[in-house]
Design a protein around this ligand. Structure first.
Ligand code: PFF
Length: 466
């Protein structure tokens, strides 16, 4: 059986942008921005995307294209059997992310339908509280999962590529339309001020907290750490520049994220809803509730939640594909059987998250961040110290002259700088979860010792790249 490939370069880029742009940009980003000082968060977020997100994304892509396998097969093929557990970590991270993600996808689906009748207009708070968890939430989660299954079932080029080629331009068009329209609403100006003017004082007093939150969000929004981009890159041919594609993916994702902010914050301000209110439910309670006061409220609701639904689906597909690729590559499953099997697994884990708010919050809030950070940390140590020169070689393959110049700086970033940074955010995040919050110097100390130990262990394995 020949392995699937993308039909066109644009098809791959749009699929990867579809993976990146999702609930992370629309649901998680405004919520984090609102609770981390608005523009202060935005600024650090953009910096972290450039310095951490893009090199990390390229690390995943290098491993995927070099091996042409799913994560487990990739580390095995490139480093030997003892590396298979690292791929296993990617599978676990994928399960963690999609289990809560498809519950939120189910909420979005429900709100798209409910907007048509205005069901939540009168009492938004009570409506959300009545539908967020429980058997109905599990049902909508299952419907969302079914849509994901249908696309993945149709295959890489005919399912994922075709679907995302329609979805991503659709998302951009609809959000641009909404952003222009929102600017005409009275009172929206306060939203731009909150979002775009820099609060230096806030940043100075809360730097590390904002940094850790921004780093987690940067990984989440670029879909790195769970092997989704690794898997998508494994369907690539040699003749293209990973650097150009990676930069384009990150650029489009950030642009669409900022665009989503330009819809959401002005809208909240024009409707007098404080952006920090409601936490994870902000989108559903604050924003959705406010739709009722707008002209053409039902149409606005259907369009808005319809775009969010497209964005959520094109991301869910990419996480789902990680596990399908694993079953197809490693266990010789036919795609239909693999899709059914993975669908069954997520039906169980997602239903559990839809029934238990405690489990949901644990997964969405902390475990997802930790799993993605640990995953990417492992991938990059592998790329730097096990692949070594081969990683540099893969980075340069298909790259133009300018991109080739970035190869060495990229290598040092991925082999040393990012592992230190990721270990730092992992250790501080873990400390908070375990109830032993560490100071920044303590976390940095633990991270440095851990990374230095790992590099010392791996030192002799690499084909020297330095
Ligand atoms: N990037 C997606 C979003 O921002 O919604 C979420 C995501 C997709 C995270 C795929 C991780 C992943 F592997």
């Amino acid at each position: 059986m020949t392995r699937a490939t993308w039909a066109t370069r644009l098809g791959f880029v749009l699929a990867a942008v579809g993976s990146a742009v999702g609930l992370g940009n629309i649901w998680r980003f405004p919520w984090l921005t609102a609770t981390n000082g608005g523009s202060a968060f935005l600024l650090l977020y953009v910096v972290v995307i450039l310095l951490v997100g893009v090199p990390g994304l390229l690390g995943e892509m290098v491993i995927g294209r070099r091996s042409r396998r799913n994560p487990v097969g990739a580390f095995d093929a490139l480093g030997g059997r003892r590396w298979r557990p690292l791929g296993g970590l990617a599978l676990v991270a994928s399960v963690v992310v999609l289990s809560f993600y498809s519950v939120v996808g189910g909420w979005i689906l429900r709100y798209t339908v409910a907007s048509a009748t205005g069901a939540y207009f009168d009492a938004p708070q009570a409506y959300f509280a009545a539908i967020d968890f429980g058997p109905a939430a599990a049902g909508f989660h299952a419907l969302f999962l079914l849509a994901t299954v249908a696309v993945v079932y149709a295959g890489v080029d005919r399912g994922i590529e075709v679907a995302t080629t329609v979805m991503v331009p659709g998302i951009v068009l609809l959000f641009t339309g909404l952003a222009v329209w929102v600017a005409t609403l009275p009172g929206s100006a306060g939203g731009y001020a909150f979002y775009l003017s820099l609060d230096v004082a806030y940043l100075r007093t809360n730097f590390f907290e904002v940094l850790v939150a921004a780093a987690g969000q940067a990984l989440f929004t670029l879909s790195v750490g769970a092997g989704a981009m690794l898997t998508y890159a494994s369907y690539l041919d040699e003749d293209r520049s990973l650097v150009a594609d990676g930069a384009l993916i990150a650029g489009l994702n950030t642009a669409i994220g900022v665009l989503a902010g330009l819809v959401i914050f002005p809208l909240l301000y024009s409707l007098d809803v404080p952006p920090g209110a409601g936490g994870p439910g902000a989108l559903f309670v604050g924003l959705a509730g406010a739709f009722a006061d707008l002209p053409f409220s039902r149409l606005v609701g259907v369009v808005f939640f319809g775009v969010v639904l497209l964005a959520a689906l094109s991301s869910a597909i990419s996480i789902f594909e990680v596990l399908v690729a694993y079953l197809v590559d490693e266990h010789a499953f036919e795609r239909p059987r693999a899709t059914a099997g993975v669908g069954g697994l997520f039906l169980l884990t997602g239903t559990a998250a839809a029934l238990s708010p405690t489990l949901f919050t644990l997964l969405a809030d902390t475990v997802a961040n930790l799993a993605l950070t640990a995953g990417l940390l492992g991938f990059l140590l592998f790329a730097g110290w096990v692949l070594g020169a081969a990683a540099l070689d893969e980075f340069r393959t298909g790259a133009g002259a300018v991109a080739r110049l970035t190869a060495r700086p990229w290598y040092y970033t991925v082999a040393v700088v990012l592992p230190l940074f990721l270990a730092f955010t992992f250790v501080s995040g873990l400390g908070t979860v375990l109830g032993v919050p560490l100071s920044a110097p303590q976390a940095a100390g633990v991270a440095t010792v851990g990374v230095a130990g790992a590099i010392a262990l791996l030192w002799h394995r690499a084909e020297p790249a330095v």
